[in-house]
Design a protein around this ligand. Structure first.
Ligand code: G1P
Length: 294
């Protein structure tokens, strides 16, 4: 029997330097896209994919993330007394539906290192990793799409997306072959090799890893086995490459639209598109944009 995935790990200990000065005193993960913090998009994606145990790897200055997912008695009391039932259910919804625990990454030594900090909380089980910088809008949550592959093959699965050559150096890039006849319209790959942030001329393909992973627990030994890589950091991509020596890894070109909210322009695009899609804001915002863009 293929073990089920119950847990999702959210690395959230980065310094968020790309968003300074906004991130000087507040975590990047709490920057709102319209009215929801970045990390909540990922947490809701996990929840809608059937995962309720959330592990957040935090660092110094990240306590507002803990407060956000905690019960806020004062706020709930206030909303209740004012009969603001919609707001009340929004505020309660997330803290009621998930279990969150936190572990500190004392030094920012890379994504692989952040994931390894969750080892004891994850235990000997498969788990998801969600990078909250990547917001993915899709009919079927991206993590659910990956889980469907995992539940069939029982192997690690990564989210993949085609990226233009001039942007490829910002990503982990895979060398992969299509898996034939899998009912996924040529979107499922078996990975042969991968490299973190290659120069465009060294990239093995245009298929980049996007921040959603289903990992089997052997990844922890692999993270321990690899030396620091790109940027002098312990890279998850390097650990996955190491794991390829004796385990298959799959990649799925997911269905949906990804926003790179870790980048200012990507963050603005997500803000504008999510606002336009909101039933309470969209029409007025569209009219406003027409006056600005005229
Ligand atoms: C991380 C991963 C990289 C992946 C990217 C996706 O990089 O290391 O392999 O392609 O996320 O967003 P980062 O953007 O944290 O530098």
């Amino acid at each position: 029997m293929i073990p089920k995935v119950h847990k999702a790990v959210f690395p959230a200990a980065g310094l968020g330097t790309r968003f300074l000065p906004a991130t000087k005193a507040q975590p990047k993960e709490m920057l709102p896209v319209v009215d929801k913090p970045l990390i909540q998009y990922g947490v809701e994606e996990a929840m809608h994919s059937g995962i309720q145990d959330i592990i957040i790897v935090t660092g110094r200055g990240k306590s507002s993330i803990e407060d956000h997912f905690d019960v806020s008695f004062e706020l709930e009391h206030l909303l209740e007394s004012k009969n603001k039932t919609d707001m009340l259910s929004q505020v309660r919804g997330i803290s009621e539906m998930i279990d969150v625990c936190y572990i500190r990454q004392k030094e920012a030594l890379g994504l692989g290192h952040a994931v390894s900090r969750a080892k004891d909380l994850v235990g000997p089980e498969p788990f998801a990793v969600i990078l909250s910088d990547d917001i993915i809008a899709s009919e079927i949550p991206c993590v659910r799409q990956l889980l469907d592959v995992y539940e069939y093959y029982g192997a690690s699965v990564l989210a993949l997306m085609e990226v233009p050559k001039d942007q490829i150096s910002a990503y982990g890039v895979v060398d992969a072959e299509l898996v034939a006849d899998n009912g996924r319209e040529n979107r499922l790959y078996r990975i042969r090799n991968m490299v973190e942030k290659p120069k465009p001329e060294d990239a093995p393909s245009n298929l980049a890893i996007i921040g959603r992973y289903i990992l089997t627990p052997e990844i922890f030994e692999c993270i321990e086995a690899v030396p620091p890589g790109s940027g002098g950091e312990i890279q998850l991509t390097d650990a996955l490459k190491y794991m390829l020596r004796n385990r298959p890894i799959y990649g799925l070109k997911f269905e949906g639209k990804r926003y790179d909210a870790g980048d200012k322009l990507g963050f603005l695009k997500a803000t504008v598109e999510f606002a336009l899609n909101r039933h309470d804001l969209g029409d007025q915002f569209r009219e406003y944009l027409k006056t600005v863009c005229a």
